[in-house]
Design a protein around this ligand. Structure first.
Ligand SMILES: Cc1cc2nc3c(=O)[nH]c(=O)nc-3n(C[C@H](O)[C@H](O)[C@H](O)COP(=O)(O)OP(=O)(O)OC[C@H]3O[C@@H](n4cnc5c(N)ncnc54)[C@H](O)[C@@H]3O)c2cc1C
Length: 504
């Protein structure tokens, strides 16, 4: 009798959970080991004053019926289990440019028509832009759940085309350039590096439709763990993998956790940062050039965040996200300058299952470089010392001051607030230097920063945001590619579409 193949997944971030779900459905025995005391990586939430705060998943896109994330959620058995709310159709995101607020509207026609009201005479330019990003996003097969030719998985041209150069060539109107580039903080955009591929995929994702989880993104992690367990899989917290154990054929036969426990399996999938994974391999196991490439690839910047509990009924529920840049040029935030902290903010009101009329909490995010907190890097959560607390308070006041310029009186509405720094991100998700979105993509060297799931170790694959793209959609695609290594990518794509056809 054939033994059920056993897959061990290191890390329960979105990537690890999706792989765990797909592979457990496909008949593999799945074990997930998570180093933290909660599952989910960036899907984690935390509760303060009875308010549930998201940490790394404020909103998702393409979730209307028939759109790609809706198809994924159907296949993942998340529909009906996870609560979410559609954001304001006429302004899911609202951007302040030179003290004026500009909405991003949902749906391509709505997006173009709404924006044209703010940029008179630019209807055709906006239409050309919308067609361009739609064409780029729809040209990439796996993002549209079309069968994939693995030798042509990426759209070479859009990987190398620079997003800012395209926008600059499209219009000389600087305000419009800023408007079209304003969501660059959703991918830690850098003027000289960000490709049209990244820009178009993220913008298209949200323009198609934008949703916020009600009571936080932890539900997604909880639902995945439950679904994996229903498929016969198992998931363990507080289980940090610290070592691979090899057999004589240079295949991994087990992992060892920090507590010294051994877990044997036939195959291994790592949801850790690829470089952290490779660091656990002895020198001869992967090519030197590959190891050096992973080491030198820069990560995206980290962040500082405020999680604010709002006084009872002090603030009506806001069904949009808000962005404001300090500079008149929205790409300036991509060059971090601590003297100018905060260079932008993103404000995300929480969708609350208890109260739909009032906002009970919101979070505010801005960039922060790891070096700003490096002097505390050898400390642990809640034991970083009074000087660290003072540093956080000083930064929080600066950020709140900036937010107040756009939302006068907002500080008086706050009952209590909590903060996080790059060290918090590092310690809760295991990312290098608390990077927000993992490896930085650079259109000047487009292939260098894209990482394939398969490694030179015959039974080790990678998954997660570092492979291809971050975010709910990017990580879902990466996980699909990873699972494709075991069961065939086109088989999975067909299955997702077939299951969706039944509910359509
Ligand atoms: C502040 C912030 C805001 C964001 N906002 C959004 C948003 O609004 N919408 C959106 O779509 N995306 C957003 N993202 C991006 C999104 O959260 C991530 O791209 C995605 O969750 C990453 O998933 P992952 O599986 O790649 O990795 P992670 O979430 O980083 O998970 C990796 C997991 O591996 C575990 N691990 C690491 N090392 C080990 C080890 N040795 N042993 C065992 N376990 C280990 C970690 O503890 C962690 O649980 C945001 C990210 C951040 C940081």
């Amino acid at each position: 009798m054939n033994k059920t193949p056993h897959i061990l997944i290191i890390g329960s971030g979105l990537g690890g959970l999706i792989c765990g779900y797909i592979l457990s459905r496909e008949g593999f025995k799945v074990t997930i080991l998570e180093k933290h005391h909660k599952f989910g990586g960036n899907l984690q939430t935390f509760r303060r004053n009875a308010v549930e705060f998201d940490t790394g998943m404020h909103y998702v896109g393409s979730l209307d019926k028939g759109q790609v994330l809706h198809k994924f959620f159907n296949y993942f058995r998340l529909l009906g289990k996870v609560k979410y709310r559609r954001l304001d159709e006429n302004g899911f995101d609202r951007i302040f440019i030179k003290n004026k607020e500009y909405p991003y509207a949902m749906g391509y026609d709505n997006f173009v028509e709404t924006a044209a009201e703010y940029f008179p005479g630019k209807y055709d330019t906006l239409k050309t832009y919308a067609e361009k990003i739609r064409q780029v996003a729809q040209g990439i097969d796996p993002y549209n759940l079309r069968e994939v030719d693995m030798s042509q998985i990426f759209d070479v041209y859009s990987l190398s085309e620079n997003a800012f150069s395209y926008i600059k060539a499209l219009t000389s109107d600087q305000k419009l350039q800023n408007y079209l580039s304003a969501l660059n903080i959703l991918y830690a955009g850098e003027r000289d590096k960000t490709s049209m591929y990244v820009h178009a995929l993220i913008n298209n994702h949200y323009i198609e439709s934008a949703y916020r989880f009600v009571d936080g993104s932890r539900q997604v992690a909880d639902a995945f763990v439950e679904n994996i367990e229903n498929n016969g899989g198992e998931a363990f917290k507080n289980s940090e993998v610290t070592k691979f154990i090899f057999d004589d054929d240079k295949k991994i036969k087990a992992v060892e956790t920090r507590s010294g426990e051994l877990f044997h399996a036939d195959f291994f999938v790592s949801n850790m940062h690829p470089y952290n994974t490779i660091k656990l391999l002895s020198p001869g196991m992967v090519r030197k050039a590959y190891r050096e490439r992973l080491q030198r690839l820069p990560d995206t910047i980290s962040s500082f965040a405020i999680y604010a509990v709002v006084k009872d009924k002090a603030m009506e529920y806001l069904n949009s996200n808000y962005y404001s840049h300090k500079d008149n040029d929205v790409w300036a935030a991509g060059i971090y300058d601590k003297a100018r902290f905060p260079q932008y903010f993103g404000l995300y009101p929480l969708a609350d299952g208890i109260d739909e009329k009032y906002t009970r909490g919101f979070s505010v995010m801005t960039y922060m470089d790891y070096d700003d907190v490096k002097r505390w890097e050898n400390t642990t959560v809640e034991n970083r010392g009074d000087d660290y607390e003072a540093f956080k308070e000083e930064r929080a006041q600066k950020l709140l001051y900036f937010v107040e310029t756009r939302f006068p009186g907002i500080r008086n509405k706050i009952k209590a607030y909590y903060t996080s720094t790059p060290l918090t991100l590092r310690d809760y998700t295991g990312t290098r230097r608390g990077s927000i979105f993992g490896i930085m993509r650079d259109c000047n060297n487009s292939y260098e920063s894209y990482i394939f799931p398969r490694t030179k170790v015959p039974n080790l694959c990678l998954t997660g945001q570092n492979l291809n793209l971050h975010g709910m959609l990017g990580v879902s695609i990466s996980a699909l590619l990873t699972c494709g290594e075991f069961v065939g990518i086109n088989y999975l794509i067909r299955k997702i579409n077939e299951e969706y056809a039944v509910i359509e």
